[in-house]
Design a protein around this ligand. Structure first.
Ligand code: 2AM
Ligand code: CA
Length: 263
């Protein structure tokens, strides 16, 4: 039997330690490289943080597998077993440009089912965390269940990319939604934006292309507050592929699907 409370204790300890290392790194010079394109950044801290988690997990839980953004984990072909899904720094561009608005994101899944979720806002020392079936917390404070909000009073997280010419969605799909809601925000860290939906600071967050490490922790958290996370078409997420994401409180999730996506 998997002992989730023991794993939770280790996960929190490692995330806190990794956060401390990242805060300390602000005083040192960063090495910055580009990945898929000039704006897709990676730093020595992204790599070092992922390697730190991997060495701790391998040492403590050798049977567990790891899916990490920077590729130091395992090459996964299935979701069998216990899998740690890790983004060492979600919002690297913010980390480099702003030294804020980024997070460590760690989700632990068993046979494809989300068990533990952690989104750590390193600069604010705020840890959003959840154990499946036991509720979601911000540090030690229980996060209440999400209530309904009228779409006209909703504040949604969306990047302007998706309502201008882009490769993934016709701007005429989400343009009317942006017009109808009370306001839009874009923070540049998918994990934090999902954490903001979990805490009700945003009523929804929409994006077109994320990998499992960007939202795995968020999936566990949103479940615990009664919200919904699917693809933009309302389909189930595939953790082994890139997905579009619609995460929202229930009534807003439903309304966005029926009024703007499936109309
Ligand atoms: P990252 O910083 O870990 O790469 C930026 O809008 C948000 O989307 C960040 O959370 C960023 O994660 C994520 N993201 C994931 N894949 C992306 C991509 N191909 N292009 C831009 N942002 C991406
Ligand atoms: Ca990252």
């Amino acid at each position: 039997m998997t002992i989730w409370h023991d794993i939770d204790t280790y996960a929190k300890k490692w995330i806190t330690e990794a956060g401390e290392r990242i805060r300390t790194s602000f005083k040192e010079e960063l090495t910055i490289q580009s990945k898929s394109n000039a704006d897709d950044l990676v730093t020595n801290m992204d790599k070092e943080t992922e390697q730190y988690f991997i060495s701790k997990i391998n040492e403590t839980f050798p049977a567990h597998k790891i899916l990490g953004e920077e590729g130091f984990g395992n090459q996964l072909e299935s979701l069998e077993g216990v899998i740690w899904i890790i983004d060492p720094i979600d919002g690297t561009m913010n980390f480099v440009h702003q030294q804020r608005n980024f997070a460590i994101s760690v989700g632990v899944f068993e046979n494809g089912v989300g068990k533990l979720g952690y989104i750590y806002d390193v600069v604010h020392d705020e840890l959003y965390h959840a154990i499946q079936g036991e509720g979601a917390f911000l540090n030690e404070m229980r996060i209440p269940n999400l209530n309904e909000t009228a779409l006209t009073e909703a504040v949604i997280g969306i990047n302007a990319t998706w309502v201008t010419e882009n490769k993934r969605i016709n701007p005429s799909v989400l343009g009317p939604l942006v017009k109808d809601v009370r306001g839009t925000r874009s923070y540049g860290s998918a994990a934090l934006e999902i954490a903001y939906v979990v805490t009700g600071r945003l009523d929804a967050y929409i994006t077109m292309r994320l990998s499992a490490w960007d939202f795995a922790a968020g999936m566990v958290l949103i479940e615990e507050v009664g919200g919904k996370l699917t693809t933009l078409e309302g389909n189930e997420i595939n953790l082994l592929e890139e997905n579009s994401i619609l995460v929202a409180k229930n009534n807003i999730h439903q309304e966005i699907l029926t009024k703007y996506i499936r109309k």
